[in-house]
Write a protein of this length. Structure first.
Length: 209
C-alpha cells in the first residue's frame, strides 16, 4: 500500500509538472508546431516523423505514435493533457484577437459589420441595387480571420454569392462595445455582381469581371 501511495503521488507530481510545462511553452511554440497540434486536436493523423515540429513534439510527449505506417510515417495522437490545454490556449488567443480588432475597428470594417445590424442591407445585394464599395468588401473579407466570421459561397443566376456568419463571441462583443443592441441578423448574404472590383482591375462589379 505504501508503494502504491508513493507511485500515485509521483504520477500526480509528474502530471502537474507536465501540465505546467505545456501551459508555459504553448505561447512560444513555432507556427509549424502549432499547425501539427491543430491537425491532431480533432483526430489521429498520419504524419512523417521528419516533418518539422513532429519529432520534437513526439520526444517531448506532447504527441505519441499509435501505429507505424511506413519507414518514416506514423499515426500520431495528441496527449489528452495537451489537447485540453491547447483548446483552451486557442480559444483565449482567438478572444484576444477579436477584442483587439473590435477596439481598433477601421471605418470600412465598421461599415461592413453594419450589415448585421441594419434593418435592410443597403448595398452589395440584388435587392439593394447598390454597389458595395471595394474597400468595405475587402475589410469584411479580412474580418473572416480577425473576427472569426464564417464564409461560404455559391452561384446564383451565374453570379458568385457569399454568406458571412457571425460567431457568438464576436456578436456579444460587438453588441456591447460598438452597436449597443442585438444584431438584426447573424447571416449576411452578398451578391458579388453588386460589389465593386478593385481599382487595380479597372473597377466595376466583381461579379462582372
Amino acid at each position: 500500500m505504501q508503494n502504491d501511495r508513493k507511485a500515485r503521488i509521483k504520477r500526480e507530481s509528474d502530471l502537474a509538472s507536465f501540465e505546467k510545462k505545456v501551459r508555459t511553452s504553448l505561447p512560444h511554440l513555432k507556427p509549424t508546431e502549432l499547425r501539427v497540434l491543430r491537425e491532431l486536436v480533432e483526430s489521429e493523423q498520419r504524419m512523417d516523423i521528419r516533418r518539422e515540429g513532429v519529432s520534437w513534439l513526439s520526444k517531448s510527449g506532447w504527441i505519441s505514435k499509435i501505429h507505424q505506417a511506413s519507414a518514416t510515417e506514423f499515426v500520431f495522437q495528441l496527449s489528452p493533457v495537451v489537447s485540453q490545454l491547447f483548446i483552451e490556449f486557442e480559444e483565449n488567443r482567438f478572444k484576444e484577437m477579436v477584442d483587439q480588432t473590435i477596439s481598433n475597428l477601421t471605418e470600412p470594417q465598421r461599415e461592413f459589420m453594419k450589415l448585421f445590424w441594419q434593418e435592410s442591407i443597403v448595398h452589395g445585394t440584388r435587392e439593394s441595387q447598390n454597389l458595395m464599395p471595394h474597400e468595405i468588401y475587402q475589410a469584411g473579407s479580412g474580418l473572416v480571420t480577425l473576427l472569426g466570421l464564417s464564409k461560404s459561397e455559391w452561384r446564383e443566376d451565374g453570379h458568385l454569392c457569399e454568406r458571412f456568419v457571425l460567431n457568438d463571441y464576436a456578436k456579444s462583443r460587438l453588441e456591447s462595445e460598438i452597436f449597443g443592441m442585438p444584431p438584426v441578423r447573424i447571416e449576411a448574404d452578398l451578391n458579388l455582381e453588386y460589389v465593386e472590383g478593385s481599382r487595380a482591375t479597372g473597377g466595376g462589379a466583381r461579379g462582372r469581371i
